[in-house]
Design a protein around this ligand. Structure first.
Ligand code: GTP
Length: 213
């Protein structure tokens, strides 16, 4: 309700941490548990006598809220920014960072890897290496589609680091294609975002792409 009156978008891959008051996340998880119990009932699973599913609704609610979709409910991880004192302006690459996400359409897992390339300038902020993986995990721990996930990650890094160039490549397995539906277990999705000097300079782009192979 507060989200609606504030005009705040709350799509599957949006973060709503600013609207969660202390104690509300526990209430939200309890509501997910109750609704999940209803889903199991609708699936005609006798959770009273089936010892394997007695606590499934509780486990699934905890998994959604505290684990696999935590990037919707928790604030962005703290990121310390350091000034670029030595004026680094060479290509740097972080990766492969492991990606664990889920597709917005079927809530099936997306498992993959991300590579991040940055060309800082003297005004850029440098952030600790582990923070790339933390920010990535925060963005990916939501129901996503891959195209929007890489754009969200790029926007977040652009804002923090303000580099001259930013490149992101993501390669992932989509279990909605492997496990169900078309059942094509070999195909992967690869996409990229190239900004600033990676867009303008084909040599830089080639150097990045050759180093991540
Ligand atoms: N573009 C894009 N599509 C995705 C992503 N993850 C899953 N999908 C696709 O989203 C589509 C959802 O399609 P629908 O036709 O509405 O659903 P469906 O009938 O269950 O589709 P099938 O998977 O073909 O059985 C499927 O083709 C999925 O493969 C993603 O990250 N990006």
């Amino acid at each position: 309700m507060r989200l609606v009156s504030a005009g705040c978008r709350h799509h599957a891959n949006d973060n709503i941490a600013d609207f969660i008051e202390p104690g509300e996340l526990e209430q939200l998880q309890a509501e997910v548990q109750a609704q999940m119990q209803g889903v199991l009932r609708a699936l005609v699973i006798d959770t009273d006598s089936d010892h394997n599913t007695q606590d499934t609704a509780k486990r699934v609610a905890k998994m959604f809220v505290q684990e696999i979709f935590k990037g919707r409910y928790q604030p962005m991880p703290a990121v310390t920014e350091f000034p670029n004192v030595t004026r680094l302006n060479e290509l740097m690459i972080v990766g492969p960072i492991t990606v664990r996400s889920a597709c917005s359409h079927h809530l099936c897992p997306i498992m993959g890897k991300v590579w991040i390339g940055l060309l800082p300038n003297e005004h850029s902020n440098l952030i600790g290496l582990s923070k790339y993986a933390r920010i990535c995990d925060w963005i990916m721990s939501r129901p996503q589609i891959q195209e929007e996930a890489v754009t969200m990650l790029a926007n977040e890094l652009q804002e923090r680091v303000q580099p001259d160039g930013l490149a992101i490549v993501m390669e992932a397995d989509h279990f909605c294609m492997h496990w169900r539906g078309v059942k094509d277990s070999e195909s992967k999705m690869t996409n990229s975002v190239m900004r600033g000097s990676f867009m303008k300079d084909p040599h830089l782009r080639r150097e990045f792409l050759s180093l991540i192979r």
